[in-house]
Ligand binder design. Structure first.
Ligand SMILES: NC(=O)c1ccc[n+]([C@@H]2O[C@H](COP(=O)([O-])OP(=O)(O)OC[C@H]3O[C@@H](n4cnc5c(N)ncnc54)[C@H](OP(=O)(O)O)[C@@H]3O)[C@@H](O)[C@H]2O)c1
Length: 324
C-alpha cells in the first residue's frame, strides 16, 4: 500500500473508478493500479490533504498560511486563557482560537504579548482567530474594532461569524470591510451548513477561508467538508477531542482509539488529533493544563496507517456531543 500511495503522491492527479470490491486508480501516466475498496478513503485523503506537515501549516484560499493545530480557549477564564496561550506558544503552537462570547480575549492578548517577549516570537508568526457573537451582528463594524481593542492587536488573522442568526449577511459584509481596511486578514464561518453557506455566498465577495464546525470521529462533517472544498475553504474542528462533557471520555476510551494509541506508544488524545490532521482538518484542542497542551502538540513524530485511518473513519455515526 505504501508503494501505491507513493506513486499517487508523485503523479499528483489520478481518476478514481470504483467497481465491486476493487478500486481502479487510473494514473495520469496511463497506467492503472488496483486497490481494495476499503482503502479508498485513506487514499483520497492522502491525495487531497493540502496540509504541509513540515511547516505545520496550510495555505488558505487567499494565500495566507494557517497553522494546522492550535489552542482552543472555550470555557477558560481570562487568567486561564492567558496561561494557556502562553504555554501553547511556549511549546510551539502558533494558532489561537478565541471568541467574543468566551469573554477571555483580553487574557488571550496578554498571553500573546508575554510569549512574544519571553520567547522572541514575532506577531506575524502567530495566527489569532476570534468570532463575532450573534447579538452583535447588527453592529458588526463596531464589534470588529472591539475585538482588536480587547485582544490588543493591530489585526486579526481570522474572524468568524459564530453562528447563523439575524443580520448574519450584514455581519459578513462588515467583516469584508474589515479585510479591505486591513483590520482582518481572513474571514470565515462557524456552525454553518450547506444551505446557509450557499445563502451567504450569494452576498459574499470574499469566499470564507475557514469553516469551524463540531467535528470528531462520531461526527466527521464529510458532506459539508466536500461542499466547502469547492471554494477552497478549509474545515476546522471544534470539539476535536469530543468536548468537555461526555464526549472526550467516549472517544478517548473507545477501543479503536486506545488500541491504535497503544500501537504507536501515544495517548488517545494524540491519536484523535493526528487523525484530524491526516483528514486535512485543522484542530484546536482546548486545555488549561500545560502538560496536556504540550502533549497535544507532540503529534508530528508518528503517522496513522491507512488501515488505522479507516478504522477511525468507520466510527462515524452522525452523533454530536454539543447541545446546540
Ligand atoms: N465555534 C464554536 O461554536 C465552538 C464551540 C466549541 C468550541 N470551540 C473552540 O474549539 C476549541 C476546542 O473545543 P473544546 O475545548 O470545547 O473541546 P475539546 O478540545 O474537544 O476538549 C477539551 C477537553 O479536552 C481536555 N484535554 C485537552 N488535551 C488533553 C490531553 N492531552 N489529555 C487529557 N485531556 C485533554 C481538556 O481538559 P484540560 O483543560 O484538563 O486539558 C478539556 O476538558 C474550544 O476551546 C474553542 O476554542 C468553538
Amino acid at each position: 500500500m505504501k508503494k501505491v500511495l507513493a506513486s499517487i503522491a508523485l503523479l499528483c492527479t489520478a481518476c478514481l473508478n470504483v467497481q465491486c470490491q476493487k478500486t481502479e486508480i487510473h494514473m495520469n501516466d496511463g497506467t492503472t493500479v488496483e486497490i481494495p475498496v476499503e482503502d479508498i478513503d485513506s487514499i483520497t485523503f492522502s491525495m487531497t490533504n493540502p496540509f504541509n506537515f513540515e511547516t505545520r501549516t496550510v495555505k488558505l484560499n487567499n494565500g495566507y498560511e494557517m497553522p494546522i493545530i492550535g489552542i482552543g480557549t472555550f470555557y477558560l477564564s481570562t487568567a486561564q486563557a492567558e496561561e494557556s496561550v502562553y504555554n501553547a506558544l511556549k511549546v510551539g503552537m502558533r494558532l489561537i482560537d478565541t471568541a467574543d462570547i468566551y469573554g477571555n480575549e483580553v487574557g488571550v492578548g496578554r498571553g500573546i504579548r508575554r510569549a512574544m517577549q519571553d520567547f522572541g516570537i514575532k506577531r506575524e508568526e502567530i495566527f489569532v482567530t476570534s468570532k463575532l457573537w450573534t447579538s452583535s451582528f447588527n453592529n458588526a463594524d463596531y464589534e470588529v474594532d472591539e475585538r482588536l481593542e480587547r485582544l490588543g492587536l493591530d489585526y486579526i488573522d481570522l474572524l468568524l461569524l459564530h453562528h447563523t442568526a439575524a443580520y448574519d449577511e450584514e455581519a459578513y459584509q462588515a467583516m469584508e470591510r474589515g479585510v479591505r481596511d486591513g483590520k482582518i486578514r481572513s474571514i470565515g464561518l462557524s456552525n454553518f451548513y450547506e444551505e446557509d453557506i450557499d445563502r451567504m455566498m450569494k452576498i459574499a465577495t470574499i469566499k470564507p477561508a475557514v469553516l469551524q464546525n463540531e467535528t470528531h470521529p462520531y461526527h466527521q462533517s464529510r458532506s459539508v467538508k466536500a461542499h466547502i472544498a469547492k471554494m477552497g475553504t478549509i474545515l476546522e474542528a471544534w470539539f476535536p477531542l469530543g468536548g468537555r462533557g461526555t464526549g472526550i471520555k467516549t472517544l478517548s476510551e473507545h477501543e479503536v482509539i486506545t488500541s491504535i494509541a497503544l500501537a504507536h506508544n501515544k495517548s488517545a488524545y494524540q491519536v484523535l488529533l493526528r487523525w484530524h490532521l491526516q483528514c486535512g482538518t485543522i484542530a484546536i484542542p482546548g486545555s488549561s493544563n500545560a502538560a496536556h497542551i504540550a502533549e497535544d502538540y507532540d503529534i508530528f513524530d508518528f503517522e496513522l496507517t491507512p488501515d488505522e485511518m479507516n478504522r477511525i473513519n468507520a466510527l462515524e455515526c452522525n452523533h454530536r456531543f454539543a447541545s446546540y
